[in-house]
Design a protein around this ligand. Structure first.
Ligand SMILES: Nc1ncnc2c1ncn2[C@@H]1O[C@H](COP(=O)(O)OP(=O)(O)OP(=O)(O)O)[C@@H](O)[C@H]1O
Length: 126
């Protein structure tokens, strides 16, 4: 019966899903300083995009980096909370899980910096 109900489209359920998603975004913004740092960086980079009048394709790369960073940071935070929910003891697997997620964020941050340099450095020197 419950699985049947899930298949039925409901505006109320859709609104609930959006509400939960926005609560997640508000939570990560309020509780994760890295997320606030990414937000500040995103505002600066967006400003630079307008100042240097970057092309449509460059905007696509910039937006991909900005939203990719937000998404990864949120997944990292979700994983940290999940691990903390499972154990508050020191566990090798808990360390690996958290370090892997942090490593994924770092990898994307490096990509973001490289793309930023490729787009903005030539314009700065022009
Ligand atoms: N239960 C645990 N067992 C083993 N190692 C852990 C455990 N919890 C955390 N660690 C280690 O401590 C590091 C920091 O963990 P923590 O949960 O404090 O994340 P953080 O990087 O401080 O998070 P934030 O992004 O919120 O600053 C992890 O990357 C991991 O190496």
């Amino acid at each position: 019966m419950a699985s049947k109900d899930k298949g039925v489209f409901s505006l109320h359920r859709l609104a609930q899903a959006f509400k939960c998603a926005f609560q997640g975004i508000a939570h990560v913004y309020l509780h994760e300083k890295n997320f606030r740092f990414h937000t500040a960086a995103a505002i600066v980079v967006t400003g630079c995009g307008f100042i240097f009048q970057i092309s449509k394709v460059e905007w696509m790369f910039v937006l991909f980096c900005i939203f990719g960073m937000f998404v990864l940071e949120m997944i990292n935070s979700a994983l940290e909370r999940t691990v903390d929910l499972i154990t508050d003891e020191y566990r090798k697997l808990a360390k690996q899980a958290k370090d892997l997620a942090a490593g994924a964020v770092l990898m994307f941050a490096i990509l973001t910096v490289l793309i930023g340099l490729i787009i903005f450095l030539p314009k700065i020197f022009d």
